[in-house]
Design a protein around this ligand. Structure first.
Ligand SMILES: Cc1ncc(COP(=O)(O)O)c(C=O)c1O
Length: 409
């Protein structure tokens, strides 16, 4: 009885970053005081990750689309293909399509969540404009190698750190390893401003092209800004596990569902949201440390076996751990997911399919893209656990017990 009550009235959300009422009041206050936080946010983001140029736009998808449009222009429109992982966020292929380019897939290794090295060694520099590495769940991709392989073939590299702000490879921040990089500030991210995206680069040429493209975008509308403020109030009120069960019990909200769509707006960043993004950026190290502590806790506690495998971060990297990914035996995954949800834990099976199985992409992909197996394998095994600041040690103990029971360990 106690555990049912516990599950019903405490539900740990799968993702998010705690935002307190001081953040909300401070953000709204800054809007009314007319402070120009956008320039400070941009300057402080550049200083934090160590790049020279930054532009903000409406979403991470918009950032990736603008990055691709800029590279297409710098390249003179010659090359049209963009190589992306066969398992990643659906926003990645949708941004490629939105930029008028062709999605091509490179297979992933389910054990690392990153590209299979062989799939990039075959890279054709005549046709491929750019490779997008996506640092899934905040585990930094093998950027040193992807950088060498792309540079050897004259292909641009995009370091899509939408999920990896704060992650490091050899002391250098994720997002800064490519010709251009990006971050997302949506609701599930380390630094959230409900929506938003940033583009970062050290290349003067790419930066100038990106800035010109951002200038052409429309401003966010008053309706969008008001809607962001309302969402911020709801977010701050309901992300706490004591209250998250309320929105979680409303299926029509579609929380956490992934849909492929290209009809999102390309717009400038909502200036009303900059104070919140900027406040959270100043707390990035604390937010990251908390997530890494949660990941350490899982590493120590979970009942690892052939049925439950960990994804080890590469040596020399500091993951951002936006989520904690584990690999579960496919035949047991639904049972595990149900058991965790019943125990009040927002575990997820992440994206519903490999990229080659998205129906809207069927006319676009080649037969080689369609036969890749790593992404499909990963899509059947992946499970993510929450790492945000509301996850307690007792949640982690409970998760370990539930997993052991569900896996029959
Ligand atoms: C790898 C990757 N790229 C791009 C995006 C798009 O970001 P947004 O949701 O802010 O549009 C996401 C979204 O989470 C993502 O995971």
């Amino acid at each position: 009885m106690r555990s049912i009550m516990h599950a019903r009235f405490r539900f740990v959300p799968p993702a998010g970053t705690p935002v307190n009422f001081t953040d909300v009041v401070g953000s709204i206050g800054a809007v009314f005081r007319g402070q120009d936080t956008v320039e400070r946010f941009k300057a402080d983001l550049c200083a934090k990750v160590g790049v020279r140029h930054c532009e903000l736009v409406s979403t991470g998808r918009a950032a990736l689309t603008v990055a691709l449009l800029a590279l297409k222009e710098v390249d003179g429109g010659k090359r049209k293909e963009v190589l992306i992982p066969s398992y990643t966020c659906f926003s990645v292929p949708s941004s490629v399509v939105k930029a008028g380019l062709q999605v091509r897939l490179a297979d992933v290794d389910p054990e690392t969540l990153d590209f299979l090295p062989e799939s990039l060694e075959r890279l054709d520099g005549e046709r491929v404009l750019a490779v997008v590495a996506t640092n899934l769940y905040g585990m930094p991709s093998n950027m040193e190698v992807w950088r060498r392989l792309t540079q050897e073939r004259g292909v641009y590299l995009i370091d899509d750190a939408a999920q990896c702000l704060g992650g490091l490879i050899g002391g250098r921040y994720s997002g800064t390893w490519g010709d251009i990089g990006l971050y997302s500030f949506d609701k599930g991210k380390n630094v959230t401003s409900i929506d938003g995206g940033a583009l970062v680069t050290d290349s003067d040429q790419i930066a100038a092209t990106v800035s010109a493209k951002v200038q052409e975008l429309r401003n966010s509308t008053v309706n969008e800004s008001v809607s962001h403020l309302v969402k911020l109030l709801v977010y701050a009120s309901f992300l706490h596990p004591r209250r998250y069960w309320i929105p979680n019990a409303l299926p029509f909200l579609g929380l956490g569902t992934t849909v492929y769509r290209t009809d999102y707006p390309l717009a400038r960043y909502d200036t009303w949201m900059a104070p919140l993004g900027h406040r959270l950026l100043t707390r990035l190290d604390v937010i990251g440390a908390r997530r890494r502590a949660a990941a350490d806790g899982y590493m120590k506690r979970l009942p690892w076996s052939a049925k439950l495998r960990s994804v080890q971060p590469r040596a020399g990297t500091v993951p951002a751990y936006l989520r904690f990914p584990v690999l579960v035996a496919p035949e047991l995954r639904s049972k595990v997911l149900e058991a965790l949800r019943h125990a009040g834990i927002g575990a997820t099976t992440s994206y519903p399919s490999a990229i080659q199985d998205i129906p809207q992409l069927q006319g676009v992909l080649t037969p080689e893209d369609r036969q890749l197996s790593g992404g499909r394998d990963l899509a059947q095994r992946i499970l993510t656990l929450p790492t945000h600041g509301y996850v307690t040690e007792s949640d982690q103990d409970r998760i370990a017990v539930v997993l052991a029971e569900a896996l029959g360990e």
